[in-house]
Ligand binder design. Structure first.
Ligand code: SF4
Length: 430
């Protein structure tokens, strides 16, 4: 049994915080970490895993750094500037799926009366929290941006840990306007100042500037990666753009995110040069897929089938760099603008414009929207998105399923619908 499977089995049998801490204590030591890292097919994959483990180890270590739970769409630069170690329960829920722990966490959530129509990212995370598997937070920050579930489940976490006074909800207005920027800037500033007064630290503007600089550097490389992908048809083994949620959000503003995205760029550049050199005729047959929303994080056949059928995911909606460069002279305002620039803020037209532009830029032959159970923001727009792409002659498959709960997704049905969609793509003239 390989090291990854041993880790998986170990944690399935011992789903408790003590075991996780012990495991992280062993695996996050340099020699083990680098030995573990060498089991990954690419350097970027290795960095992704190492940085994730290091960040988790910090969150689970009981000393010095305050831990902050954060929901996905926050500007994590504020965490890093305040010296708070971020812990993202929704991302962790993805891990529960990948590690085969979701049956246990979801069962625990059900036993505690979490509603079945709550998205399983939140349900699984809530189950893990009820099982005391997550580290104890000092602060909890969430937002109503896009996700209607986060504010409720995160509040419940704050009650559980008796830190309701350290629970912050960032209210993002519907429209991008000067008033909205002012309103949001004030909220972010107040939260930062309140956290500083509670941690007894002076607000460090130079630290904030450094974080903003790193965030801009990460943004630059993320854009370079996106540009490069416009022409690319081949990718390094097991490359999947849907794996980068933690660094794209939670590590924004860190050196790690810069290193990782620079490395992804390097690797993709190598593939691009190879493609150009070989002028690969076979690539002409590749069907280019635009992926919308997320993917199942448990073992599944979707990407193997696409690969076998010569279909490549050429871009993912979630990797769209939606925010302008941040201004380190105006850190709070910059973060407010970042939040307000998200394409899931406001009317569905904002999301559709991003999708249509990506469909054109990446010359998509088809789009797949993974319709995750319980996600109102994504599923609510599915029909309009499909109709809009149809106007560009791009067929869309709305694939019903669940990113976390394997039992809420019929693998057989997913396979049949995927194959039917591939037949449609193959019948369309290129
Ligand atoms: S999938 Fe939808 S409901 Fe679930 S966490 Fe993401 S945005 Fe929220």
């Amino acid at each position: 049994m390989g090291i990854k499977n041993r880790l998986k089995t170990g944690i399935q049998k011992n789903l408790n915080q003590k075991y996780i801490k012990r495991l992280l204590g062993i695996i996050a030591t340099k020699p083990v970490l680098y030995a573990y890292g060498s089991t990954f097919p690419t350097i970027s994959d290795k960095y992704l895993n190492i940085f994730t483990i290091e960040s988790l180890k910090k969150a689970y270590s009981d000393n010095s750094h305050p831990v902050g739970y954060g929901s996905l769409f926050l500007p994590y630069e504020m965490f890093h500037a305040l010296g708070i170690t971020p812990f993202l329960p929704e991302v962790m829920a993805g891990f529960t799926a990948g590690l085969g722990l979701a049956p246990q966490t979801l069962k625990e959530a059900s036993s505690n009366w979490y509603s079945q129509d709550l998205c399983t990212f939140h349900r699984s995370a809530s189950g893990a929290s009820e099982l005391d598997v997550f580290p104890r937070p000092d602060f909890i920050i969430t937002t109503n941006l896009a996700c209607d579930a986060a504010q409720k489940s995160f509040y419940i976490h704050s009650v559980k840990y008796d830190i309701e006074k350290n629970f912050y909800l960032i209210d993002v207005p519907y429209r991008y306007s000067k008033e909205s920027i002012r309103y949001l800037t004030a909220q972010i500033k107040n939260i930062c100042m309140d956290i500083c007064s509670k941690t007894g630290k002076k607000f460090d503007i130079s630290m904030f500037k450094e974080v903003i600089d790193l965030s801009n550097e990460f943004r630059k490389w993320a854009i370079e990666v996106s540009i490069l992908r416009k022409t690319l048809a081949n990718y390094p083994p097991y490359y999947n753009g849907l794996n980068f949620i933690l660094p794209f959000h939670g590590l924004a503003g860190t050196r790690e995110a810069v290193i990782l995205y620079k490395q992804i760029y390097k690797e993709l550049k190598k593939y691009s040069s190879k493609e150009k050199k070989e002028n690969s005729n076979k690539n002409k047959q590749v069907k280019r897929i635009l992926w919308l929303h997320l993917k199942p994080y448990y073992r599944n056949e979707i990407f193997d089938i696409l690969d076998r059928e010569n279909c490549r995911v050429v871009f993912e909606e979630i990797n769209h760099v939606y925010w302008p460069e941040l201004d380190y002279e105006k850190p709070f305002e910059s973060l407010a603008k970042k939040m307000l620039s998200h394409f899931l803020v406001g009317s569905i037209d904002n999301r559709i414009n991003v999708i249509l532009k990506a469909a054109r830029d990446y010359r998509a032959d088809g789009a797949i929207l993974f319709s995750h159970w319980g996600c109102r923001q994504s599923n609510g727009g599915a029909r309009i998105i499909k109709d809009s792409l149809k106007k560009l002659n791009i067929p869309t498959l709305v694939l019903d399923g669940d990113c976390v709960d394997q039992n809420n997704s019929s693998q057989g049905q997913v396979k049949t619908r995927l194959q039917g969609f591939i037949e449609i793509l193959n019948s369309e003239p290129k």
